[in-house]
Design a protein around this ligand. Structure first.
Ligand code: MLT
Length: 271
């Protein structure tokens, strides 16, 4: 599994959204690495991480069994993260995730709550997919395998991935996210969609997590809107909620200064 790491101190592991990679956290990394050890993995099949040969923990298959890639799951993506923590000899980390990264973070919490010293959920939700969403994902996965992802994936996703203000006022952010989407391998895109399609509801997992938790949401997020964030914060016994104005689904890229200002006090308190 490929990951980017910098800084020293309390480890903060940040899991990226779909369909981008660990580089989405770079604007945050350069602002936090003076305070924390920031570790950002690429999810299986995306960025520079391999699709095959990663963890088979919790999926009943021997490690390296190629057939595991035929059974994509968010639990398997979480197992990859737990393997990385073992490899880095980190018994506990502050774990954060944006959107799909949040789904994976909740799956890590389900599998190994003792590894999570604090939880940062950004523009994500606890609910699984309904039938229509699941069908859409499987169609996107099939199309990615058939045609590759050039042009159409970014065209389809960009309007909703970024907030209205970013589309109107931050052309460099729009261009940067398009570049990240275009760089993703089609097989990884297909794998991630199939994995997300099968994910369970995580509400019970959140209800039983007694550690510190911060939920952040962009006010202009149309994929996982503020209502989803309120539900997350309400489910988490120690949940706090921050809503950021002028940003959408990827607030840490859209306005990293505002994002850091919002999360730094919480990070300082728990690290
Ligand atoms: C993401 O940003 O990771 C995706 O929008 C998540 C999803 O498709 O549910």
């Amino acid at each position: 599994m490929h990951y980017i790491e910098s800084g020293a101190g309390t480890p903060l592991v940040l899991l990226h959204a779909f369909p981008v990679d660990a580089r989405m956290w770079n604007p945050l990394r350069i602002r936090l690495e003076d305070q924390l050890r920031v570790i950002t993995p690429d999810q299986r099949g995306l960025g520079e991480s391999a699709l095959d040969g990663l963890s088979a923990r919790n999926v009943g298959a021997p490690s390296g069994d190629r057939s595991v890639t035929e059974r994509p799951s968010i639990d398997l993506a979480a197992a990859d993260i737990l393997d990385l923590l073992d490899q880095l000899e980190l018994p506990q980390v502050v774990l954060g995730g944006c959107s799909m990264g949040g789904y994976v973070a909740m799956a890590v919490l389900r599998a190994a709550p003792e590894r999570v010293a604090g939880l940062l959920l950004v523009d994500t939700k606890a609910a699984g997919d309904n039938d229509e969403q699941r069908t859409n994902r499987l169609n996107v996965a099939d199309r990615a395998e058939r045609e590759g992802t050039n042009d159409w994936l970014a065209e389809n996703m960009l309007p909703n991935l970024l907030g209205r203000t970013s589309h109107e006022q931050r052309p460099e952010v729009v261009a940067g996210v398009r570049e990240l989407i275009d760089a993703q391998p089609a097989v990884g895109v297909a794998w991630a969609q199939r994995a997300m399609a099968g994910r369970p509801d995580s509400t019970e997992t959140l209800l039983s997590y007694l550690g510190p938790a911060l939920v952040v949401v962009g006010e202009e997020d149309t994929i996982t809107p503020p209502e989803n964030a309120r539900e997350l914060a309400a489910a988490l016994p120690e949940g706090e909620l921050v809503t950021l104005a002028g940003v959408g689904h990827l607030p840490s890229i859209e306005d990293p200064d505002m994002f850091v200002e919002a999360v730094r006090p919480w990070l300082s308190r728990i690290s």
